[in-house]
Structures are given as C-alpha cells and as structure tokens.
Design a protein around this ligand. Sequence first.
Ligand SMILES: Cc1cc2nc3c(=O)[nH]c(=O)nc-3n(C[C@H](O)[C@H](O)[C@H](O)COP(=O)(O)OP(=O)(O)OC[C@H]3O[C@@H](n4cnc5c(N)ncnc54)[C@H](O)[C@@H]3O)c2cc1C
Length: 567
Amino acid sequence: TPNDNFDFIIIGGGTAGLTLANRLTELPHITVAVIEAGDKVLNNSNVTDTDKFTAALGTPIDWQYESTNQTYAAGQTISCSAGKALGGTSTINGMTWVRGEKSQIDSWETIGNEGWSWDELFPYYKKSENFIVPSPAQVAAGVSYDDADHGESGPLKVGYHPELQNGSLHGLVEAAWKSLGIPSTIDANGGDVRGFTVEQQTLDPDANIREDAARAFYYPFQNRTNLHIYLNTTAIKVIWTSDGGDAVADGVEVTSSNGTVSTINARREVILSAGSLRSPAILELSGVGNPSILDKLGISSKIVLPGVGENLIDQPNNAIVYNSSTTFNGTTGYLTYATATDFHMNQPNDDDIPIWAEQVAAANNHAVNASSLKYLFKVQSELLKSVANAEVFLSTGKGIGLPPSGFLATAFWLLMPFSRGSVHISSLDPLVYPIINPNYFLVDYDLKTQVAITKWVREFWMTAPMSILASEISPGYTTLPANATEAQYTEWVKTSFSSNSHSLGTAAMMPRKLGGVVDNTLKVYGTANLRVVDASIIPFQISGHLTATIYAIAEKAADLIKAEIKQ
Ligand SMILES: Cc1cc2nc3c(=O)[nH]c(=O)nc-3n(C[C@H](O)[C@H](O)[C@H](O)COP(=O)(O)OP(=O)(O)OC[C@H]3O[C@@H](n4cnc5c(N)ncnc54)[C@H](O)[C@@H]3O)c2cc1C
C-alpha cells in the first residue's frame, strides 16, 4: 500500500538483498521492506533441479539482457543473464562455490578500503555457510575438503553434488592436469585456488535441490513480522529530502505489476541490491552519476559521481566439446585454476600499463581517468604475479541437463581482465533496460590470455589419458587445426565466446578520487543513508565464482549497519 514506512528499504531481493534483510530483521525492533521485481520460484523445477543448469536461462525468471555491439569482439552482441526472482541470480546460476584468492581480497584494502581484507572477510565467508561434509561415496568419487575453511552453522547449505561421476574419470583428469604441472587442491575455499579440484556447490545434497538465497535466507524466516517483501514490484528511483549537506534518502518510488506508482518510506536507510547491471541504473534515475549522462535525459545531478556505472568487468567464456565412447552417468564439476606461468602466458609488461589505462579511459569517455586506471592496473598486475588467471571447468552432460552420454566439455575463461566497460541508462523509463557494454577484449592482453588458455586446454586434452578417452567435436580440428595460427585462434576466441556472467564493479568500493562510488561502509559518496550491497561494489575481478563473496559482503554489511544502529 502507499505510504508504508520501514526502517530500511532494500531494493532487490536477490543474493545480497535477502542475506542483508535476514540479518537486519534479527533485530526485532527493526523493520525491513524488500522490493523485488520478480516473483517466488520456490517450486520452479528449472530452479530446484540440480542437473539443469541453463534451463532457466531465457525464461521469464531471467532478465535476458543483451550487450551493445562489442567493438573489440567482432561487433557482435552478447547475452547477459540475471535472475528476476526472489533469490535473484542465485536461483539461476551454476551453483559453483569458490571464494577467490586471499591476495585479491587484500587488494581491496590496498586501494583504500580499510577493513576489507581476507582476514576481515573470512569470518563472514564462513558465517553464511552450512557446509555439509561429503559422504563416503562422494569421497570415493574424488572429493576432499579442509574443515578449517568452512562454516557449519550458517543458513546456506553448501556441499557436493549427490550424483557425482564415479569410476575412473576423476583419476584420469587429475593425472592429465598433473602431467601439465597442476597439483590437486584439497580445498579451493581457503584463499588459494590454484590446482585441480571437484567443485563445492550451493545445494542441499540430501534433498538434491538447489540452495539459493531465498531458500536459505528467506523461506525459513518468512514469519518474521518485521520483514515485508513486495513481489512483482519494480523500484524506480530513490526519493530525497531536500536538505543541505549530504543527501538524505527518504524513500523509494516503486511501480507495481499493474503500473500503479507509489512511494515507500524509509526511516533509516535505503539499500541498493539490484545487482551489478541494475543498481547503477537506479542511482542514475535518482540523480546520482555522471552529469554528461544525466543531463541528456534531463535528470538534474543530485550527486556528481562519474564512477556510477563504470568499471564494469565481466569475463569471456569459451568452450570446447569432446565426445567419448564411455557413457558418463554422473556430474563432475571439475575445476582447474592456473596462473599465467602454468598456461605459458607472459606477465603483463609494466610499460604497457599506461597505454592500457589510456585505451580504457578513452573507450569510456574518461569517466574514470587514465591516471586512476593506471594505478588500479598496477595493483592488478602485481596480483597477477601470483593469482590464478585461468579457470577451466570440465563437465559431463548430466550437470547441464543432457541425458547420460559420452559428452564432455571444458568451458574456460580468463579471470582478471583489464578491459572495463559500463552500464548506463538511456531512458527515463525505469522499465527500459540499461545499455550494457562490457567492452570484452578492449585490452589486447585479455585476448592474448584467452588464446593462451584455449591452446593450453587443448594441450590438456592431448595428454595421453584424455586423448585416449575422448575426441574433440567442437570447434574440432577441421575448423581450428592443431597448428592454427595465432590469428586463427584469436578469431575463434572472439567469435565464439559468451558472457561468463560474473559482471561486477559498477558501483565500486574505492576512494572517490579513483572513481569510486561507495566508501568502505558501502555508503554512496555524498549521501547520508544510501548504500549499495551487491556485486556492484567489488572493485576487481575474483579468481572464483561470485556468490560466495557476495554473501560474505552482505554479511559484513549487516554488521556494519547493526553497529551504527546501536550507536
Ligand atoms: C547464468 C549465470 C551463472 C552463474 N554461475 C555462478 C556460479 O556457478 N557460482 C557463482 O558463485 N556465481 C555464479 N554466477 C554469478 C552470481 O550468481 C551473481 O553474481 C550473483 O548472484 C549476483 O548477486 P547480486 O546480489 O549482486 O544480484 P542478484 O542476485 O541478481 O539480485 C538482484 C535482484 O534485484 C532485482 N531487481 C533488479 N532491478 C530491480 C528493480 N528496479 N526493482 C526491484 N528489484 C529489482 C532482481 O530481480 C534480482 O532479484 C552466475 C550468474 C549467471 C547469470
């Protein structure tokens, strides 16, 4: 109903939004409203079924965004999925659970975000987690774990798939990677990802269903009277009180599915958790952003913050498909993380960094200036001396909804691109999708890295255990010969990649002078009480998958906010 009042309004009932809503409503005197554009998907089998990754893509619970024509990737557009449902993208994702590298989280503090290091985040990584130790059958199928890396009393179930492939495949793949110098990892979730391992997933291994943000953080708590969820309701913009000093968010204008526009009031704070492709759009509609974008739409700039919507970083994903005469009945989710040295790629050259910074700044209309980018790229380049920059994901057909067969695929991606793009509104209509431009392969080093990974993945398949087991069917050696030139590999990578669906950085937590949008309490610069809590705030890519880190960020944000409530 119109004129509703709550202490906190959270825009977006997704991965971060529901985590935060849960933790804040642990305080019985605090009321929280969550505004979610999608609906409940509790019993949607495209969500619950652990063997159907990709089944929900292209359905109404996927926003189904599309990028602009990609100038540095043969001009094509790229599909960008995001969940439109209570639970957000955690309801449609691949469920892989990998946090990333210790030094990557430490780098957030290096660039000026005090309190954000691996050691500070690690307790929060564990806080959300209810790790379910593997069964003897799963151990026999090749899994291993380190108790010290996991939480066992959080709301979110994490475990191993109950139908893991048994038999010889695990040993063969492990031996093949070993012959290329890649060791096996006991557990990829302790802050050091390099090596080969079986993926942990956000699922309930006993019930064999997906675990998502709603199942973990909302349904078991839905009777809390201080928590209200508005479903099928789209947030339009933040409403401000006219005031001197820092801008004060007073509420949110929303539109219901029948088009009725109303305002919900916030006594304390408004929090944006609409995801990396949408939170910046809501900031812009609210007058927070780059005047050169807002002016064109007739939006007056309440807060001048040119970094809004910038720093968009996604990873490009290519896949090679194989066929075996062996039938695989189980799922795999075999992960391999490798550093540049492992896959025969040169480290970034210091002399190139200023050039890349100029290129990226120019491609994004200098919204973030070249000197900031130069600094950020130096930090990133330093990281790349030790962190994994390639992930290779080997799966049987079962995990992606195919019947048992000899199908095997390796999808692979560079983890820390230098290329950066943007997401911006182009209309005052909040239902019009923002313009998404990830600028894939803008920086040549990214393309060269993805080519090096492609060749290395083929090297893996050519080692004795794998070459005897399976042969390549896509792209196949006719299309892309073994002795293909660098140019042929480049062409294949550029024309056959897809989004790795790890977009982040569009309301980056960085000092304002570097082009940041939120400070180390996740508050938007220039505001007294507007925060962003979702993938948008992550300043650099991660050698992992995003949800583990997003849940941890939301857990930490909840504690930061609770500490302020108590003051
Ligand atoms: C296909 C795919 C596969 C992936 N695989 C993995 C994986 O295996 N492992 C992993 O860790 N990560 C994976 N990811 C990434 C990860 O799932 C996301 O990065 C993460 O879930 C994003 O969380 P978030 O809180 O930032 O946003 P979301 O979870 O997307 O939440 C945003 C919410 O806001 C709502 N919303 C948006 N705009 C509005 C508005 N104006 N008004 C009201 N509500 C709004 C949305 O409907 C959504 O519910 C994958 C992503 C995709 C797309």
